[in-house]
Write a protein that binds this ligand. Structure first.
Ligand code: AGP
Length: 612
């Protein structure tokens, strides 16, 4: 949720920390702050509500020179976004300085205990409590490392922390429980970060901390231990993507760049995984569980937000093409619902970031209940990717825009590949159908490009509706979840209230919302639901609703029922959600930009939700 950066080495840490914070800002942008140890071993810090760049112009950088430092960009959980609650936080003696990503659930109890010990507090945050708790133990043990360890044994909740100690100014101590944290090994320097984006322009050699681990980082050495004081050896891993992949590359926004990257991203998802001659799919990451997949009595798909929408499309695919009973769960509900899970159940967890706390918790629950867990993940080396029994990376490349776009269509492609693999094995997809699907898959990226090349067509429709207060999105079958996704995209980045529904549901209540001010987006592919969709359109039209239809190029009827039409090439039902999502991404993008919204960093949101 928040972004943590740290630096220890020979260079001035401040600019490195600032650049890192800017790269992590998609993780939270309520406030930012830095703390640096100067040549005289004083810890100087500066923090402020608002964006990193606002912080950067606010103060004299020379005041904060030093070769060891930590920084933070915040997504507020405890204490409103203001200067005082911004990180870093300190203990009352200003000996310990800390930045934290996560939630200390028992902070009130700890605060009471520390108050009885004479500690005082100047913020509403859980993090300040942790700083005082470390100082409490430091006063007893006189060792920074021991103090951090003892404090963390008392903490309940999640954390990724980086902290400094005035009494031991030669090190940074970091630790993780539930929130991602890693460090990069450069030449005579170490860079700490919540994810690879702040490290990649310094080194590709990284170490991921696991839950319950801490690391003591010095200029020329590091040590990894468990919170129980056991020494740990961790493999150095390589970051797989390049710096330019996390740059805007001339696009005005990351979201626009990522929408336009989808044809290549989809190719990366299926490259080397399907034989176009036979349609046979091979997913190396699922080899170890493929028999279980083929013999699954039930498949449960789970995730959050856009990933949950992808799961819904996956349900339609797996039931239609593999005839396996499939259920979809909100990860946040699944983990507390005491679900009935059998040992031959497969639980598929979908997550772009691989760090979403609710999805990670659902994973742990599924494992505890004996299910086989499979991950569909984008971020290589992420927590969920490392925790599942098996998985497949979607290879969409870094997704920086908070509103997920290319990850969604690549998740759909991964689900389609899994469906083809199982369907072929179970014989529920015939050879000819498999070949037909493989042929269509080959040309799909070109069809996506055709839609992308027409993006300017969407601008005038966006202009028409940018002042709307509400929107409805309607679809049937495979495209009902796409209606949900379209509504989510608009909500997320334009702050217009929008809802998605199965088109037939309108008659059971929501149709009461319809009048001449209600724009209604219909996803109307020429498939077996087409005639039903047309009658749904007529029901809305009869009540003066404004009709925007997503229709195929060869549909010559739709103009008789629609006020606006967004055309997409024809394709097979299994791929129509991929094509139909793109005009909806553009519609929300152009409406949001027409409203001057910050599409890459929408208010109140963050790219990966690492707290419950
Ligand atoms: C989608 O645009 C949002 N950013 C959000 O709903 C997201 O899909 C959700 O938080 C799940 O994230 P994940 O795929 O990284 O787990």
């Amino acid at each position: 949720m928040c972004g943590i950066v740290g630096y220890i080495g020979k260079r001035n840490s401040l600019q490195i920390i600032f650049d890192g914070l800017k790269r992590l800002e998609y993780r939270g942008y309520d406030s930012a702050g830095v703390a640096v140890i100067d040549e005289d071993n004083n810890i100087n810090s500066f923090k402020k509500a608002g964006k990193v760049k606002e912080l950067e112009v606010e103060f004299d950088k020379d005041l904060l020179a030093g070769k060891i430092g930590i920084g933070h960009t915040r997504w507020a959980t405890h204490g409103e976004p203001n200067d005082n609650n911004a990180h870093p936080h300190f203990d009352m003696n200003k000996n310990i300085t800390i930045v934290h990503n996560g939630i200390i659930e028992n902070y009130k109890t700890l605060k009471k205990k520390l108050s009885l010990e004479g500690f005082t507090f100047s913020t509403d945050t859980d993090t300040e409590v942790l700083a005082n708790l470390i100082e409490f133990h430091y006063k007893q043990k006189g060792s920074f490392e021991i103090a951090v360890r003892l404090a963390l044994t008392e903490v309940e909740g999640t954390y990724g922390i980086a902290c400094l100690c005035k009494s031991e100014p030669d090190k940074i101590i970091i630790a993780r429980m539930g929130s991602p944290l890693m460090f990069g090994l450069g030449k005579d320097e170490i860079i700490v970060s919540s994810d690879a984006a702040a490290i990649i322009n310094h080194t590709k050699n990284v170490i991921y901390l696991e839950d319950g681990e801490m690391a003591i980082l010095k200029k020329d050495s590091f040590q990894i231990k468990t919170i129980e004081d056991e020494d740990i050896y961790r493999e150095v891993q390589k970051i797989e993507y390049d710096l330019e992949e996390i740059e805007k590359g001339g696009f005005e926004h990351f979201m626009l760049k990522e929408i336009c990257e989808q044809p290549e991203a989809i190719r990366n998802t299926y490259r080397g995984r399907i034989n176009f001659e036979t349609g046979v799919v091979k997913l190396g990451g699922l080899e170890s569980v493929k028999e279980k997949l083929f013999n699954a009595k039930r498949i449960i798909l789970t995730g959050c937000g856009t990933a949950w929408h992808a799961a819904l499309v996956g349900e339609y695919m797996l039931e239609q093409y593999c005839r396996i009973p499939t259920e979809v769960e909100y990860a946040s509900e699944f983990r507390y619902r005491n679900p009935i899970i059998n040992k031959d159940d497969i639980v598929i967890l979908i997550s772009q970031s691989g760090e979403t706390a609710d999805t990670h918790a659902a994973l742990k629950e599924a494992k505890k209940l004996g299910a086989t867990t499979v991950g569909i993940v984008n971020v290589v080396g992420s927590t969920i990717a490392r925790a599942v029994d098996a998985g497949t990376y979607i290879h969409a490349g870094p997704e920086i825009g908070v509103a997920s776009t290319k990850a969604f269509t690549c998740q759909l492609m991964s689900l389609a590949l899994i469906t083809l693999m199982i369907g072929k094995n179970k014989g529920t997809i015939s050879e000819s159908e498999l070949k037909e699907i493989a042929d269509e898959l080959k040309v799909l990226p070109d069809k996506m490009k055709q839609i992308i090349d027409k993006r300017n067509d969407y601008k005038f429709i966006a202009e028409e509706f940018k002042d709307s207060r509400n929107f409805l999105y309607l679809g049937r079958g495979f495209n009902f979840p796409v209606a949900l996704e379209g509504a989510l995209k608009l909500k997320e980045i334009s702050y217009i209230h929008a809802e998605g529904y199965p088109a037939a549901e309108m008659k059971h209540g929501p149709i009461a919302l319809i009048d001449e001010n209600m724009p209604v987006v219909f996803i109307a592919p020429k498939d077996k639901t087409y005639d039903k969709i047309i009658s749904n359109i007529e029901e809305i039209k009869a009540r003066k609703g404004k009709i925007i239809s997503i229709a195929t190029e060869d549909d010559n009827e739709i103009q008789n029922y629609s006020d606006y039409i967004l055309r997409v090439p024809n394709t097979l039902p299994i791929f129509s959600p991929i094509l139909n999502s793109i005009p909806l991404q553009f519609l929300s993008y152009y409406i949001a930009t027409a409203r001057d919204c910050n599409v890459d960093q929408p208010r109140n949101l963050a790219k990966s939700v690492t707290v419950e």
